[in-house]
Ligand binder design. Structure first.
Ligand SMILES: [Zn+2]
Length: 412
């Protein structure tokens, strides 16, 4: 016989002095990357009773994922990670939460999911994806909690676009021994380690070719080496041998479930605390006063950067200062400027968007959605959704702008 629960499912967490289950239940978290860390974060938030999860991962489940990715089993090999995670979480952990799953590359996601989210959890192992999430978070002033793991080390960085460093900021680095070579904090600033030159070369490769390099192509390896050595020479790092760069950027880092579990635990906790801080204003004055006094008593704090070493057992936190000149979060960044809106009929060709801009600014433009070039002759409705934001670059000078697409007529 099934016994009837006598208390709320969330009774034990609601006993905490700093807790507000209504905030958790009224929140939407966008989790990008549903692997070792992202799967754990999704499970944690589902068990905590989050209102909505948006799960994004374009990858399929592989046999080598099964040592640490708790949502997947042998029968799931070959299936999409985000969609499988959605079904497993609903069935196994919490059937009452709302979940949406996307298997597209993040650069092609509808922009509305970033607007719907209260916070972004970045759990990707990909340099370009990390950069793309960072830019969207800054543009929407959305809190962004990023994590990375590498063997025995894990790190969590909390980004508040108005107060601390973003992933592209050239802020003073944490101590050398705690830095992860595969999770560079600096994406577009000065490379602090030789490996960062390889990641920057990958970014340039992507911009030039609009695709990922093929790890089996000697031509791609040569191009990447050439790009990386240009950067290495500039910043006085030892030059790369042929194929070394492609080995760095296509290298699968060693991963441990124990490190994923600790890192995702820290990341989930920072997400909850950030949601409390962000949403507490929605509640009555009395509740806000009580919360503020508890924050002071308990020295409630969201560290900019937390690093966990499974070798020493240490968990350390660091401050990361914002760089006012940062190309992503700095005051002159395109992500900080007011958006220009272009009204288009979805049945038109993309050429019309660039013609409108040319008329307004007297310049020729090309457009990008994420890192994908928007072809002039493509139909708007084939590649853009109502409300999408794209970046346009002038062909005459270095000027870039962000524009928002508004459909004149809704698709039937
Ligand atoms: Zn920045």
């Amino acid at each position: 016989m099934t016994s009837i629960p006598s208390a709320s499912r969330f009774d034990r967490q609601e006993r905490l002095s700093i807790w507000n289950q209504n905030i958790i239940e009224g929140s939407c978290v966008l989790i990008i990357g549903i692997g070792g860390t992202g799967g754990e974060v999704a499970k944690n938030l589902a068990l905590l009773g989050i209102g909505k999860l948006i799960l994004v991962d374009m990858d399929s489940i592989e046999y080598s994922n099964l040592n640490r990715q708790l949502l997947f089993s042998h029968k799931d090999i070959g299936k999409n990670k985000a969609k499988t995670a959605m079904n497993v979480i609903k069935k196994r952990y919490n059937s009452s939460i709302e979940i949406e799953a996307f298997s597209e590359p993040i650069q092609l996601l509808p922009f509305r999911i970033f607007e719907e989210a209260d916070i972004i959890a970045g759990c990707v192992d990909n340099f370009l994806a990390r950069q793309f999430i960072n830019e969207n978070a800054i543009e929407l002033s959305l809190p962004f909690i990023d994590s990375a793991t590498d063997g025995f080390f894990g790190q969590v960085q909390s980004i508040d676009s108005n107060s601390n460093a973003c992933l592209a900021c050239d802020s003073p680095p944490p101590p050398e021994e705690t830095r992860l070579p595969t999770a560079p904090c600096t994406l577009v600033g000065t490379p602090r380690m030789r490996e960062h030159c390889a990641w920057k070369a990958l970014y340039e490769f992507h911009t030039l070719n609009n695709r990922e390099p093929d790890e089996n192509s000697s031509e791609d390896a040569l191009t990447l080496t050439h790009l990386a050595n240009k950067i290495a020479r500039k910043y006085q790092f030892p030059l790369f041998e042929n194929k070394e760069v492609i080995q760095i950027v296509s290298y699968h880092v060693p991963s441990l479930i124990t490190v994923n579990a600790v890192t995702s635990g820290i990341q989930s906790q920072e997400i909850i605390k950030t949601l409390f801080l962000k949403k507490i204003k929605l509640f009555g004055k009395k509740e806000v006063k009580r919360f503020k006094s508890l924050i002071q008593t308990h020295r409630f704090n969201i560290p900019d950067l937390t690093i966990y070493s499974a070798l020493t057992g240490n968990i350390s936190s660091y401050d990361l200062l914002r760089d006012p000149e940062c190309s992503v979060c700095g005051s002159s960044s395109i992500y900080r400027k007011a958006l220009h809106t272009v009204n288009v009929n979805p049945k038109s060709k993309c050429k019309i968007i660039f013609t409108v801009l040319k008329r307004k600014y007297k310049k020729d433009f090309v457009g990008f959605k994420g890192n994908s070039l928007i072809q002039n002759d493509a139909l708007v409705e084939d590649i853009l959704e109502d409300g999408d934001r794209i970046t346009v670059s002038s062909l005459n000078d270095d000027e870039e702008r962000r524009i928002r697409i508004k459909y004149k007529t809704k698709r039937g």
